[in-house]
Design a protein around this ligand. Structure first.
Ligand SMILES: Nc1ncnc2c1ncn2[C@@H]1O[C@H](COP(=O)(O)OP(=O)(O)OP(=O)(O)O)[C@@H](O)[C@H]1O
Length: 263
């Protein structure tokens, strides 16, 4: 069971973060967020509202223009796993070798971490495919490998950038179920980018609804539904109500404001 929101230890603070590109494009404006251990946070919004920019800032791939991103425990405490929309597997390497990659980059031999690699593969139900190559797998299976690779080092935070957007609806729902099961087993903390209202309500305990031009958070919705969640949650009246609330907020954003340049 995940602890109630207020009792979880913070791991990351974004404080009044702005990101402007080329002095002109206000990709993100005044974003503040505290990420706590065990959170499942969705960033929900239309194209161009700064969702990927927020992830790239958290990953330290670029600095904010204004504001601060602070890891509790200091910089260097930001141990991350990342899952992209494309599974980005190495085609010439087996499934197990792909999952080994984060360790390999740290100079750790396959033999020394083999148990961890197989444990991660078991978590996504792919132990039997450890010797297969990516071309032999379905789209959903490739995404599972990508998820196993992101969690194999048990990072403090997993960033997922529209991981299921390219999959068919049935595979997507199955992976949503599996992601929650996996999170229950590992206690992973996740920030999940999506365009899908339903996906965000199903998965998250917090949804940040974002708007574009300038990219910003316009509403935070707490999804006060305990985990585990399954089919009952998908058809619960409260699920529909929260989806409606998120849709209304999103709909408002699509009609709000004209393109804006940074000051
Ligand atoms: N490197 C960059 N240089 C200039 N502008 C950028 C750069 N990266 C992002 N932008 C702009 O910043 C804004 C936010 O982009 P971002 O990719 O974060 O949005 P998003 O919400 O993730 O969109 P999508 O859902 O389409 O992926 C957009 O207007 C985008 O064109």
């Amino acid at each position: 069971m995940t602890a109630p929101l207020s009792e979880r230890a913070p791991i990351l603070h974004m404080r009044e973060v702005d990101k402007t590109f080329g002095g002109q494009v206000a990709a993100l404006r005044r974003m503040s967020l505290t990420v706590r251990e065990g959170d499942f946070i969705s960033l929900l919004g239309p194209s161009g509202c700064g969702k990927s920019t927020a992830l790239r800032l958290i990953a330290g791939l670029m600095p904010p223009t204004l504001g601060k991103i602070e890891w509790v425990g200091g910089q260097g405490a930001g141990d991350l796993g990342v899952v992209f929309q494309e599974p980005t597997l190495m085609p010439w390497a087996t499934v197990a070798q792909n999952v080994w990659l984060p360790f390999r980059l740290r100079g750790q031999s396959f033999k020394s971490v083999k148990d961890k690699v197989f444990e991660a593969l078991a978590l996504v139900g792919l132990e039997k495919f450890h010797d297969s190559y990516p071309r032999e797998l379905s789209g959903g299976m490739k995404m599972r490998v990508s998820i196993a690779r992101a969690l194999v080092t048990r990072p403090r935070l997993i960033l997922m950038d529209e991981p299921f957007a390219a999959l068919d609806e049935i595979t997507r729902q199955k992976l949503n179920d599996d992601l929650l099961a996996l999170r229950a087993k590992t206690g992973a903390t996740v920030i999940f980018v999506t365009h899908s209202v339903f996906e965000s309500v199903f998965l998250s305990d917090r949804i940040l609804v974002m708007a574009a031009r300038p990219g910003r958070v316009i509403k935070e919705i707490t999804v006060d539904e305990p985990y585990p969640r399954g089919l009952e949650w998908r058809i619960a009246p409260q699920y529909g109500e929260i989806a409606r609330e998120a849709s209304d907020a999103l709909h408002g954003t699509l009609h709000a404001g004209q393109p804006e340049m940074a000051e």
